[in-house]
Design a protein around this ligand. Structure first.
Ligand code: ADP
Length: 176
């Protein structure tokens, strides 16, 4: 585990599973446009939350790349799930801006909903093919830029799926 502070916001990196972050108010889903079960993160979250979760997401779908929506978190210890649709690398453009919007919109919603602690996966870096180092840079840059304006959110965890992903993220974060 590694931590840094951006203004008053504690940033933590861990290796782990997004569905095992019960100490955070909210987790973020690397969703698909239809807000349905999928592979990777969306698979893990919906396997725990369905069928209730899909009942909650259905009226909110579809969403566009960069957008985020919030639901309750059935069968999880978190209060909320914020569902973000990342860009498909090489298809949804400008991908950098769309990925940035995911993090910014998730943090904006968290502020509005009184969420103090939030756990993100590495959005777009699985099935959507975004190179992880670039994606990590965008993620950290966005949190850093928003940190001074965050009054409620005080803890942001990045949950990385493998030790290699964790090490890559730490290599990027320590340069900030
Ligand atoms: P996307 O479609 O946005 O690329 P994925 O869910 O396919 O989303 O992958 C996003 C990242 O999450 C990848 O780096 C993947 O290895 C990782 N990942 C997959 N399953 C989990 C999980 N259960 N918890 C945390 N991260 C995960």
């Amino acid at each position: 585990m590694k931590t840094v502070k951006f203004d008053g916001v504690l940033i933590e990196l861990v290796t782990g599973d997004i569905i095992e972050q019960g100490d955070c108010d909210a987790i973020v889903n690397a969703a698909n446009a239809e807000l349905r079960i999928g592979g990777g993160v969306a698979g893990a979250i919906h396997r725990v939350g369905d069928p209730e979760l899909t009942e909650l997401t259905r009226p909110l779908a579809p969403i566009k790349p960069g957008e985020a929506v919030i639901t309750a978190a059935p069968n999880l210890d978190n209060k909320y799930i914020i569902h973000c649709l990342g860009p498909v690398y090489g298809r949804d453009k400008p991908e950098k801006e769309l990925l940035k919007n995911c993090y910014a919109n998730a943090l904006r919603i968290a502020e509005e909903e009184g969420i103090e602690s939030i756990a993100f996966p590495s959005i777009s870096t699985g099935a959507f093919g975004y190179p992880m180092k670039e994606a990590a840079n965008i993620a950290f840059q966005t949190v850093k830029e928003m940190a001074p304006s965050l009054n409620v959110v005080s803890f942001v965890r990045f949950v990385l799926w493998s030790p290699a992903d964790f090490n890559l993220h730490w290599d990027v974060l320590k340069e900030f």
